[in-house]
Design a protein around this ligand. Structure first.
Ligand code: ADP
Ligand code: F6P
Length: 325
């Protein structure tokens, strides 16, 4: 163990995702197991700068494994892109004698982690975001739970859509990434999936709906990624103007997708990543992110993964061509 590692701190940052608590719990307990002092930073980089930092014990993380959200809370602090704010954070870490930091969050949060690493802080990141847009890892904490939430909601919408012979346009999250829309469209039997990676015109979308109507379908489901080239309202107006046979309704799933108890998969992934983050720190790694590759948890250099959106699997694209119609 590099002898300077004595006090580590954990924070969650950016959009929360189900499983963050499981990762906090695993990191805290692994740190304590190795005889380290462990601190929790409340409200991400904002809390770090303000010194909202508390000592964590094994009891601090009891009973949180199954809870969504994050007990450390999260925040967005756009000014953290500025060197002055990063230096304030460094000063605060030095004040508390914290030598190592674990940042649990998305691409933006990991970019902040890299900035601190460049100022000399030992840092390990843990990828957590429902969007599945973080490069370098097969998946991130929270994605599986979010997909399950979307599927449950869309299955319910399909029941009512079918009863009333309606088109339902369902907007799902994902920022600029179409993963949530594509995968949930594939496994709910949607007729339409619109994702940022593959723009479609209103005429193309209209044709799909007209075809569904002419084939005698009792409904049509469209999963529209929030970052897609068209909004649900654009599509709805177009369909109404062209009198396609079905009535149209819009559902925006919104932040429902970010809450809820983490799935078994996310609990296990978060637990493994939390343990691995501390283990890799103790092995002397810094400036890295833990990542799922195959069945193993490995590390990737932060500078190799941040700012690069994880590409969609071409296999899912092929499946979509065959099945989404
Ligand atoms: P996520 O981590 O989920 O991608 P954001 O993109 O909102 O969420 O980023 C979360 C926080 O990370 C920001 O509010 C900011 O404090 C920090 N951050 C984002 N981008 C940078 C950057 N380029 N440099 C330093 N810190 C950043
Ligand atoms: O990155 C996670 C995410 O939920 C995105 O899918 C979405 O675009 C964004 O965060 C919403 O952010 P906010 O919490 O600020 O509404």
């Amino acid at each position: 163990m590099p002898d300077q590692i004595k006090r580590i701190a954990v924070m969650t940052s950016g959009g929360d995702s189900p499983g963050m608590n499981a990762a906090i719990r695993a990191a805290v307990r692994t740190g304590l197991h190795h005889g380290l002092e462990v601190y929790g930073i409340q409200q991400a980089y904002a809390g770090l700068i303000e010194g909202d930092i508390r000592r964590m014990t094994s009891r601090s993380v009891s009973g949180i494994l199954k809870s969504g959200g994050t007990i450390l809370q999260t925040a967005r602090l756009p000014q953290f892109k500025e060197l002055g704010y990063q230096r304030k954070a460094l000063r605060r870490l030095n004040e508390y004698d914290i030598d190592s930091l674990i940042v649990i969050g998305g691409d933006g949060s990991l970019t902040g982690a890299l900035a601190l690493h460049k100022l000399g802080v030992r840092v390990v990141g843990i990828p957590a975001s429902i969007d599945n847009d973080i490069a370098g890892t097969s998946t991130s904490i929270g994605v599986d739970t979010a997909v399950n939430t979307i599927v449950e909601a869309v299955d319910r919408l399909r029941d009512t859509a079918s009863s009333h012979e309606r088109v339902f346009l369902v907007e799902v999250m994902g920022r600029n990434c179409g993963y949530l829309a594509l995968v949930s469209g594939l496994i709910t039997g949607a007729e339409i999936v619109l994702i940022p990676e593959r723009a479609m015109s209103l005429d193309e979308l209209g044709d799909v709906v007209v075809r569904a109507y002419n084939q005698g379908k009792t409904h049509a489901l469209g999963i529209i990624a929030e970052g897609a080239n068209l909004k649900c309202s654009d599509i709805s107006e177009y369909l109404l103007r062209h009198d396609i046979g079905f009535e149209v309704r819009i559902t925006i799933l919104g932040h429902i997708q970010r809450g809820g108890s983490p799935s078994a998969f996310d609990r296990l992934l978060a637990t493994r990543m939390g343990v691995a983050a501390v283990d890799y720190l103790l092995k002397g790694e810094t400036g890295v992110m833990v990542a799922l590759e195959g069945r193993g948890i490995i590390t990737k250099k932060l500078e190799d993964v941040i700012g690069k959106q994880r590409p969609l699997s071409p296999q899912y694209d092929e499946l979509a061509d065959i099945l989404i119609r």
